[in-house]
Ligand binder design. Structure first.
Ligand code: 4AD
Ligand code: MG
Length: 448
């Protein structure tokens, strides 16, 4: 092992080593062609290795790309190249030349090679199951695929923040420890909080509602937790939740905001993530075609459509994964279902005043995944809210602070919640939400 600090850290007493520090180039820059014919030094990990009689080819990857290095027999680096194993960390230097046969179009003729950490035989070989790759996710994160997904995810989160900021929303940080459930008891994770029994949050909504009385337009990007026993491609026990809440806003205002957000994310991701989208085989046109306004149908219309498709669904039943996917097939892109039966939605949903059996609640659905957003208007009348709390069998004392919000200057307001992993899974056409987050948590998976 070499002490990296002495090789790379600038140090005023050692001017030569400081020059060396500056000389390390990101592989992505070398692949851009700006060092053709020049001497470069790179560092990273051995991605592939192939040995012929006279040359050893090593693909080296860093955060920015993968480049081919060639080491000729007889060069100073030959012995080190022979010894080196897949996933060893190394520093290499040599002259860059254009070579059409090399992946990425450039190759480094390496004459110096230094091993930082020699890797033991790497457990991920060519034949692997998705299941195994999730067992060794801590290592699989090094793959080109996960590297690209995580970069797109980061850009998506940046775009979401940008969208809200441009629309005058203030980012807020809600609590993760909570004492009153937002989305019903069945999916609550309980925990001991000192001597009390409390929960992990399922949604920041109730706390965001408190914040609109000060800031009017707020949003957050935070984890939510659900004790989901479902083993589907769209359920996680811990997911990242984008939630917004707005004073003086209607359900229709929310639908416009939601389609604006999804449209913005899909169109704006294309340019900065062109390389990653290509690597992930994403049809960029599909993303560019996501242009608001999205189609809207009522729950009643959804039920009729489903019956025509042969589903035996009774009015008042919730739409399941199969029903949502069947509907989404007909639309081919994002669309809304709104005006759901009140009883299948949460206690805080506002009922239509002329039809109290229906809630001003809407979902945005996409092909393959189904629901990616739920939003709507909140009950803003104190007495109605108290009735709902009792009707849903909730303990009023747990919600007294929430009822206060209707007691002191209530206003009509609306909001929504979007699952980051569901959106990303759909945008990138991934197999499961488990691939849209570095370390997925599900009923069976909390390791690594
Ligand atoms: O539909 P949900 O449960 O709605 C709420 O939590 C509202 N309180 C949000 C709000 O109005 N502020 O969750 C919202 C979204 C879903 O549409 C889905 O995208 C995602 O959160 N989601 C999940 N994603 C992955 N795994 C799970 N188990 C999820 N549960 C919900
Ligand atoms: Mg929902």
């Amino acid at each position: 092992m070499v002490d990296l600090a002495t090789v790379f850290k600038p140090c005023s007493l050692q001017p030569k080593k400081r020059m060396l520090a500056k000389a390390v180039m990101p592989i992505g820059d070398v692949l851009d062609g700006r060092y053709e014919g020049k001497f470069v030094q790179i560092r990273g990990w051995v991605y592939r290795k192939r040995e012929t009689k006279h040359v050893i080819f090593i693909l080296i990857r860093d955060a920015t790309g993968v480049i081919q290095c060639a080491i000729k027999r007889g060069s100073l680096a030959w012995d080190e190249a022979e010894r080196i194993t897949i996933e060893s960390s190394i520093i290499a230097s040599g002259i860059v030349r254009r070579d059409e046969r090399a992946p990425g179009g450039f190759e480094i003729a390496v004459d110096k090679l230094h091993t930082i950490g020699l890797a033991e035989p790497f457990p991920i070989t060519k034949d692997y199951s998705e299941e195994f790759l999730r067992d060794v996710r801590h290592l699989w994160l090094r793959s080109r695929k996960m590297n690209a997904i995580i970069k797109v995810r980061a850009e998506l989160l940046r775009l979401i923040r940008e969208f809200f900021q441009r629309n005058g929303f203030i980012e807020v940080s809600p609590p993760m420890f909570i004492s009153s459930a937002c989305e019903g008891g069945a999916t609550l994770f309980g925990l001991k909080y000192f001597d009390e029994d409390i929960y992990l949050t399922q949604s920041a909504q109730l706390h965001l509602e408190a914040l609109i009385y000060s800031l009017e337009k707020v949003y957050c990007i935070a984890p939510s937790f659900r004790a989901e026993r479902s083993r589907t491609i769209r359920h996680l026990a811990e997911f990242w939740h984008v939630e917004a809440e707005q004073a003086f806003a209607t359900m229709e205002d929310m639908m416009e905001l939601e389609e604006g957000l999804v449209g913005y994310a899909c169109s704006q991701i294309v340019e900065p993530c062109r390389k990653e989208l290509k690597l992930l085989n994403v049809d960029v046109q599909r993303l560019l075609n996501v242009i608001p306004p999205f189609p809207r149908i009522t729950y009643d219309e959804a039920v009729q459509l489903l019956r025509k498709k042969g589903f035996e669904i009774k009015w008042g039943e919730d739409l399941g994964f199969d029903e949502e996917r069947a509907l989404a097939e007909a639309f081919g892109g994002p669309f809304f279902v709104y005006a759901y039966p009140r009883r299948i939605k949460a206690f805080y949903c506002k009922a239509y005043r002329d039809n109290p059996e229906l809630a001003m609640s809407e979902d945005m659905l996409v092909p393959k995944i189904g629901e990616i957003i739920t939003g709507g208007a909140r009950e803003d009348d104190k007495d109605e809210l108290i009735k709902r709390i009792e009707e849903f069998g909730l303990r009023r004392e747990d919600y007294e602070w929430y009822i206060d919000l209707r007691r002191y200057g209530t206003v009509h307001h609306s909001g929504f919640g979007l699952g980051v992993e569901r959106l990303l899974t759909w945008m990138l056409d991934l197999d499961s939400v488990m691939d849209a987050i570095p370390f997925p948590r599900t009923i069976r998976r909390f390791y690594p």
